[in-house]
Every structure is written in structure tokens, then in C-alpha cells.
Design a protein around this ligand. Structure first.
Ligand code: 5AD
Ligand code: SF4
Length: 442
């Protein structure tokens, strides 16, 4: 008898990929996925703890689980991922939601099938958090969300200890996967029909630094670029302190690496950058941007920015706005600083009221959306190649896909085109999306 599972994923692509791996593990023990949470026999929340809001969402969703458990006493409710890897979180969750019967962190998700089998046998809950870092060479199956695009982890963990960030505490030290294993995995994905690959790591530019031999991220990209069938290569996340000129060269001279770079700047103020422990200056960041644009003129640049870091004054914030105006990003994720217990910045004095931080975020977002619209406008009248990802969220007759520069394009078309490359003529540029119509390929 098949059992049904429902996984809710919070947070970044790394978590999304972990959920794909866990779905793959579950399918090996005869669980099948369901999109209807009410009919699931196993509900798993794969959590994120990067900001307080991410945690509150998990806690409130756990509260809603109570009604499902009341209706179906055999239901197993599990919580896993980054949030669980933090100190003292298990008792906190159990206090609020005692019906949670499985909790595990990021280092032991490979044991999920064992845990479920044990719970089925003994009816006893399992809460297991493993502190040491998991084996970076572990090969696990993945049940992919999309047949035509896939994530591949190239490394785990982060050594950077940016002072605001909880990731190094929950994801451990940097561990790179062997290049041969990555290449073999991507070849397998290509053979399986995957045309777009996203290489994942917290800081991909330091790939290979933990190896004795001299292997860099640029070397890895050159190898992945040679794999037949992979038409688009993306990667995230880069760190400005490690971003090399060699990398720019590899991207420029590659066949398949997309001209689309996500390079988090976090702040435009040198003082704030210093206290964030980012290890680069605004001048260095602007230099990288100039080098990238000189080599790859049609590149699309995106970033992450934190507003209201402890001690950020209005002048320091203005330096961030000024940097945004200087670079003119294609898109950006902007966040209000969220205090994470255990990080260095949690002890920094922070006297800016939240209302003021919110107001700064609004001003920043105005500048960001202005630039996004500006870049999108340049596409009007052009024909772009789009990989169709699915139907539009709001309209089943519309398709949604992406350009190599990661712009979302919405256009009328038939579902049979999902997973295919098509040419689309852009008719209207909006702030965050492009609209267009299909062009016949000659
Ligand atoms: N508060 C706000 N934003 C944060 N980020 C990481 N930690 C925090 C925090 N404590 C943001 C950074 C990072 C992105 C993934 O999340 O901008 O690049
Ligand atoms: Fe966090 Fe900094 Fe590591 Fe990114 S590089 S995961 S922001 S510590």
C-alpha cells in the first residue's frame, strides 16, 4: 500500500533541492507525493531560519497541523532543515506543537526512510540532530520538481561568518563535492532530458578551496560547459570577495553559462560592510561590476541588500542607495535586518527604530524597481529565446518562461511547449516581468 507525503519547503534553492532529495528518498520506500495536504500520511516542513519571519511562518503552519492530526491520528508530522539545526529549537517546537513526531536537521536527511520505518514499528517519536557535517560525496536520489531543469549541489556549508548570518551555524563548514561526481551527476541529468542546470553553494567562488589539489570554480564551470545537452548553466551564490577575473573570462568564453549573475552586495557603506565582516569595499564591488559589464555587456546583474543593519545611519543607508543608482541592478532581494540569536551582530547595539528601517526599505525598493523597469524596457521589440517553465500562475492559457538573463516572460501559448525553447517577441515591459508573443522559429 502506497502512503502519501506532502513537503512544504521554506527558504532558498538549497532547501528546495534538499526537498527534492527527500522526495526521492521517500519514493524509494513507496511513498507517493500529493498536492492535497489533507490526504497526506506524512507532512514534512523543510524549514529556513535566515530571518525571524521565516521561522514564524513555520511555527504558524505547525499550529494549523493540529486539525489534520485530530482527523487522522496516524498522521506523521515532521520538521526538518536549518531551523532544527539551531540550539534549543526542539523543545520550543514541542511546547507549541506536541504532535510533531519527527525532527531532524540538515546533516541527517539521508536517514529519513529509516526514521519513518522506525516510527511505523515503534510509534515512538524521533528527534535527532547531528552536529558534524555530512559527507559531501554522498549520492542521494532526487525527485525533481521540473523534468527539464535541475539543481546540483557543488558544495555545502559556509566559512564566511558574515556577522548577521546564521547559515554557517546551521550548515557547517565548507565542503566541496568532488568535481568528477558533479560532472557525472550533470551528465546523468542531461541524459534524463535536463537542459538547464543551477549549480548551488553558499559561496560558489570558494569551490575547491578545501581540496589539496588546485581546483577552482572556474575549472568546474569549464567542465560542466562541455556536457552535451546542457543548454543553460546558472549558479548561485557568488561572494564579491572571492569573485575572480578568471571567472568572468570563463563565462564570457563559455557556450552555455548564462549572462546572469547574482552578486550580493548587502550594503554600499564601507563601515557597514566592515561590521558585516564582508571583507570587501564598495570600491572593490564597483570594480567587479565594471569588469563584468566590460566583458559581458548584455549581462543581467542581481543582488541582495540588507537595510537597517545595527548602527546603520541615514548617511550609511544613502551610500547603499547611491551604490544601487551607480550599478543599476536588474533585480534585487532587499531585506530588513533580522537579529539572529548566536550571531555576532546579535550583540551589536541597534538603536534605529523599526519604523525607520521600514521607511528606508521602501525608499530603497523605489530605486530598485525603477532600475528593473529601465532594464526591462530595453527588451521591448526584441525577440528573445525563452525556456518555457509552465503556465502562468494567474492564467492557464498563458505560458511563463525565462530568458538566459533570468527575466520572466509571459505569453499566450499551448501547454505542450513546457520544457521547450521558443522565441518570443517582447511587446510590453513591466517592472518585474516581460510580456510578449510567440515567434515562429525559422
Ligand atoms: N537579516 C536579514 N537578511 C539576512 N540575510 C542573511 N541573513 C540575514 C539577516 N539576519 C540575507 C542576505 C543574504 C540573503 C540570502 O539573505 O542578504 O544574501
Ligand atoms: Fe551567510 Fe555570508 Fe555565508 Fe552568505 S557568505 S551564507 S551571507 S555567512
Amino acid at each position: 500500500m502506497y502512503k502519501k507525503f506532502f513537503i512544504q519547503t521554506f527558504g532558498c534553492q538549497m532547501n528546495e533541492h534538499d526537498s527534492e532529495v527527500m522526495a526521492g528518498l521517500l519514493e524509494e520506500i513507496f511513498y507517493i507525493p500529493t498536492t492535497d495536504i489533507a490526504e497526506a500520511d506524512f507532512i514534512l516542513l523543510n524549514t529556513c531560519c535566515i530571518r525571524e519571519k521565516a521561522e514564524s511562518k513555520v511555527l504558524s503552519m505547525l499550529g494549523e497541523m493540529k486539525k489534520y492530526k485530530a482527523k487522522k491520528p496516524d498522521l506523521i508530522i515532521g520538521v526538518c532543515g536549518c531551523m532544527i539545526q539551531q540550539k534549543n529549537i526542539v523543545p520550543k517546537i514541542l511546547h507549541a506543537s506536541p504532535y510533531v513526531s519527527l525532527m531532524f536537521g540538515t546533516n541527517n536527511m539521508n536517514k529519513l526512510p529509516d526514521y519513518l520505518q522506525q516510527i511505523a514499528k515503534t510509534s515512538q517519536p524521533i528527534y535527532e540532530i547531528v552536529d558534524e557535517d555530512s559527507d559531501a560525496d554522498l549520492k542521494l536520489p532526487a525527485s525533481r520538481q521540473f523534468p527539464f531543469k535541475a539543481y546540483t549541489n557543488i558544495m555545502y556549508g559556509c566559512n564566511n561568518y558574515c556577522t548577521y548570518c546564521i547559515v554557517p551555524f546551521v550548515r557547517g563548514r565548507e565542503r566541496s563535492r568532488r568535481m568528477d561526481d558533479i560532472v557525472e551527476e550533470v551528465r546523468g541529468l542531461a541524459a534524463d532530458g535536463v537542459v538547464e542546470i543551477m549549480l548551488l553553494g553558499q559561496n560558489v567562488d570558494s569551490y575547491g578551496n578545501d581540496f589539496e589539489e588546485d581546483v577552482s570554480f572556474a575549472d568546474l564551470l569549464r567542465e560542466v560547459d562541455k556536457i552535451d545537452g546542457i543548454k543553460r548553466i546558472r549558479f548561485m551564490t557568488s561572494h564579491p570577495k572571492d569573485f575572480s577575473l578568471e571567472l568572468i573570462d570563463v563565462i564570457k568564453n563559455s557556450w552555455h553559462i548564462c549572462p546572469s549573475l547574482h552578486l550580493p552586495v548587502q550594503s554600499g557603506s564601507n563601515e557597514v560592510l566592515k561590521r558585516m565582516n564582508r571583507k570587501y569595499t564598495r570600491e572593490h564591488y564597483l570594480d567587479i561590476v565594471n569588469n563584468i559589464r566590460a566583458a559581458i555587456p548584455d549581462v543581467s546583474l542581481t543582488t541582495d541588500i540588507i537595510v537597517g543593519f545595527p548602527g546603520e545611519t541615514e548617511e550609511m543607508f544613502q551610500e547603499t542607495v547611491d551604490l544601487v543608482e551607480t550599478v543599476g541592478f536588474d533585480n534585487a532581494f532587499s531585506f530588513i535586518y533580522s537579529k539572529r540569536p548566536g550571531t555576532a551582530a546579535a550583540k551589536f547595539p541597534d538603536d534605529t527604530p523599526l519604523a525607520e528601517k521600514k521607511e528606508r526599505l521602501q525608499r530603497l525598493n523605489q530605486s530598485l524597481s525603477k532600475w528593473s523597469h529601465h532594464h526591462n524596457k530595453k527588451y521591448e521589440g526584441k525577440i528573445v529565446e525563452v525556456l518555457v517553465e509552465g503556465t502562468s500562475k494567474n492564467d492557464d492559457n498563458m505560458l511563463s518562461g525565462r530568458t538566459d538573463t533570468a527575466k520572466t516572460v509571459i505569453f499566450p501559448g499551448d501547454k505542450s511547449l513546457v520544457g521547450k525553447f521558443v522565441n518570443v517577441k517582447i511587446t510590453t515591459a513591466q517592472t518585474w516581468i516581460l510580456k510578449g508573443k510567440l515567434e515562429e522559429k525559422e
